[in-house]
Design a protein around this ligand. Structure first.
Ligand code: SIN
Length: 504
């Protein structure tokens, strides 16, 4: 593998130049075993700007060889990294956090260019990512075990926490920085080493983050990134699934892929953290503060253009307040400014690719054919580009519609009128998924009743912005298991070893 000190592979067919303060954060090679390297067979993967579909960079398109080399490196680096005192690991993570913050502008530009979100959101995501690195830097020093009172004389009993080993992280395109940070920071804090495959649409942000991690002092082999196209991703991940040296898989993405990973990792009984699909209900009761509910929905729904796994997918509004809510919502949604990340006024960017827009369009068409009415939007925006869809409000949505049964992952708000609390909670829970739910109400007894009954891992009560580094993020049912963030997020990378000392 060839070492380089800088990038290459930037083809730049994009009309708009990507100017970074630190040009060397735009990397065209992957990081394996402490070297910036190509795929052995020289294959490349183009990176496109979703705003224009123009190719503006490329990275290696790797396969099984590189996947294996990454595990070899991570496995070799593990004994030394786990032996580094927790305080020293914490200091390295703190330096990584500082570097990420120092390069917020460059990282924000990279995120926006390859993922499409407005620049303000790109910058915001960098701060969000850094918050996880900082949190786990602090948690690294608190991986305490237990001293257990012995039930018999002459013995001392202890429960120690130790790192699980080599972790394979497979990350999504919708938050290319935050999801890397939320998986890699706790793994490194716990003393694990990492092999990571970032999403094929958004490899550049992860490469830049890894470069900063290297500068912060993460030793060679401890963190390895393998880039691969959609066509070769399975080749990479299959190597990791089959390799008994990989002790944990952490994945954010679709439920079918999560189930595949669970099945395929059974032979080596790996630990799994799976953050999978959602179908979040957003319920507005008639005792809610309607303006606050509209505000909350705008935040929850339109963050990243609706391409968020906790994005409300089904909006239920109680009959008495339905029309007022819809009227206020329609005014807000109709005023949203859609445009490329390069437009400072843009609030909604392009969707990630043509497949995503096709799905959104299919959901809207299906809803209309089944009787829903479009109040705002409802169409593609070809004047802006192929990947844009207008923020949309539908009324009269019901459970036969694809937009209610499946996660739309776009800027579509399907509203359903409901009559009673019992009915709406039953309907909200009538899905295989259980990631997030939101509701707005003021009666305190109702608040606790509904919060207790909703079958989701996260519940927003009179709040549309749920996620935070100090909170446990994760689902129930077919939305997966494991938690990211909070003290629980570190525990997912630790195993408990019981020591019993006798003859005392
Ligand atoms: C996700 O969409 O996977 C994560 C969203 C979040 O962190 O809020």
């Amino acid at each position: 593998m060839t070492s380089i000190s800088h990038i290459d592979g930037v083809t730049n067919g994009d009309a708009q130049a990507l100017t970074l303060q630190r040009g060397d954060l735009l990397l065209g090679r992957q990081w394996i075993g402490g070297e910036w390297c190509e795929a052995r067979d020289g294959q490349r993967l183009d990176v496109q700007n979703p705003a224009t579909d123009a190719v503006f960079a490329s990275v290696p398109d790797s396969g099984a060889d590189e996947a294996r080399a990454a595990v070899d490196a991570a496995h070799a680096a593990f004994p030394a990294w786990r032996a580094v005192p927790a305080k020293q690991r914490a200091q390295i993570l703190k330096r990584w956090n500082d570097l990420v913050i120092a390069h917020q502008e460059d990282l924000g530009c990279l995120i926006s260019r390859e993922q499409g979100k407005p620049l303000a959101e790109g910058r915001g995501e960098v701060a969000y990512a850094a918050s996880y690195i900082e949190w786990f830097a602090e948690e690294a020093t608190r991986a305490n075990g237990d001293v257990i009172p012995s039930p018999v004389a002459g013995r001392r009993m202890f429960a120690l926490k130790e790192p699980v080993g080599v972790v394979a992280a497979v990350t999504p395109w919708n938050f290319p920085a935050a999801m890397i940070a939320r998986k890699i920071a706790p793994a490194l804090a716990a003393g694990c080493t990492v092999v990571c495959k970032p999403a094929e649409d958004t490899p550049l942000t992860s490469l830049a983050l890894v470069k900063l991690a290297e500068e912060a002092g993460v030793p060679a082999g401890v963190l390895n990134i393998v880039t691969a196209s959609r066509a070769r991703a399975a080749e990479v991940v299959d190597v990791w699934l089959d390799d008994p040296r990989v002790r944990k898989i952490t994945f954010t993405g679709s439920t079918p892929v999560g189930k595949h990973l669970a099945r395929r990792s059974a032979d080596t009984l790996k630990r799994l953290s799976l953050e999978l699909g959602g179908n979040a209900p957003f319920i507005v009761f008639d005792d809610a503060d309607i303006d606050a509910a509209v505000d909350g929905l705008m935040v929850a729904k339109f963050r990243n253009g609706g391409q968020t796994c906790v994005s409300p997918n089904r909006i239920f509004v109680q009959s008495r307040v339905h029309d007022t809510f819809v009227e206020k919502l329609a005014a807000r949604v109709g005023a949203l400014k859609v445009g490329p990340a390069s437009d400072p006024a843009a609030q909604i960017g392009p969707m990630i690719n043509a497949r995503a827009v096709d799905k959104i369009e299919r959901h809207v068409r299906d809803a209309v054919e089944r009787g829903a009415r479009v109040i705002v939007g409802g169409t593609r925006l070809p004047a802006l580009g192929a990947n844009y869809f207008a923020p949309t409000v539908l009324v009269g949505a019901d459970s036969r519609m694809a937009c209610i049964c499946e996660e739309t992952f776009g800027p579509v708000v399907p509203v359903t009128r409901f009559e009673t609390e019992a009915d709406v909670v039953a309907t909200a829970n009538d899905t295989p998924f259980g990631l997030a739910a939101y509701f707005y109400a003021s009666d305190v007894r109702r608040i606790w009743r509904v919060a207790d009954t909703l079958q989701t891992g996260l519940v927003g009560i009179n709040e549309g912005a749920l996620a935070a580094e100090a909170a446990p993020f994760g689902g129930v049912k077919e939305s997966g298991y494991g938690r990211e963030g909070s003290v629980h997020g570190l525990d997912d990378y630790l195993q408990t070893k019981y020591l019993c000392q006798g003859q005392l």
